[in-house]
Design a protein around this ligand. Sequence first.
Ligand SMILES: CC(C)=CCC/C(C)=C/CC/C(C)=C/CC/C(C)=C/COP(=O)(O)OP(=O)(O)O
Ligand SMILES: O=P(O)(O)OC[C@@H](O)CO
Ligand SMILES: [Mg+2]
Length: 228
Amino acid sequence: MYTKWKTWAHVTKLDPDKNLNEDQLAEIATSGTDALMLSGTLNITKENMQELRDQVREYGLPLVVEPAGPEAVIAEGIDLLYIASVMNTNQAQWIVGKHKEWALHNKVQWDRVIQEAYIVLNPNSSVAKVTGSDCSIGAQEVAAYAEVADHFFQFPVVYIEYSGTYGNPEIVKAAAEAIDNAVLYYGGGIDSGEKAAEMAQYADTIVVGNAVYDKGVQTLIETVQAIQ
Ligand SMILES: CC(C)=CCC/C(C)=C/CC/C(C)=C/CC/C(C)=C/COP(=O)(O)OP(=O)(O)O
Ligand SMILES: O=P(O)(O)OC[C@@H](O)CO
Ligand SMILES: [Mg+2]
């Protein structure tokens, strides 16, 4: 499981603050997606993370938790913890501060942690507002952050985050060209097979979140089939 994450092409991001019924979850689990990522920014607690985990664990898919802060971390029944660090913010707590607090008050199982260098680019997303990300940067600066994340900090994942809106493929292409070792994730507004295929040209792994709730599981399946 731990090394297999590098082969994942499609990840479905489920929001613990939103609800899905058993049928929807069963369809998602059999959609062909490679892993389920439990993640969100607003109103995320250990309790709603655990509730969602208990709902999905029976399907046997790899389970990843991507917490918005140390208070949302759950490890029991989870395969990997994807821990973000936001590159394009000037608020140190979202780069390293929260992480120091986490280590200060917890015994972190570092062999279960995958570090994600987040580049947040949708100014209207909750994550941009919460983390004070500078979403005005263009392709060259995005590529420079991606290069530094990969070569200087040696993050295993660089994540281009447009959460809630479909991003600029040219920017994802620029990030891909700047990276040699890290796995490139793209997430944001993928709600069709066409968008999934377009971003999968440049990203190693695409993430689909809101479309599951806004457009339904059939759309999710379309995004899986489009990249197979
Ligand atoms: C140190 C620890 C354990 C955690 C902190 C990790 C950090 C720095 C998180 C900052 C970035 C962040 C909030 C990631 C959470 C995952 C994410 C990007 C969720 C996307 O949420 P949105 O889609 O913007 O908001 P909604 O919840 O409205 O969908
Ligand atoms: O919800 P969407 O817009 O699909 O984005 C997926 C993921 O990148 C959100 O963190
Ligand atoms: Mg979202």
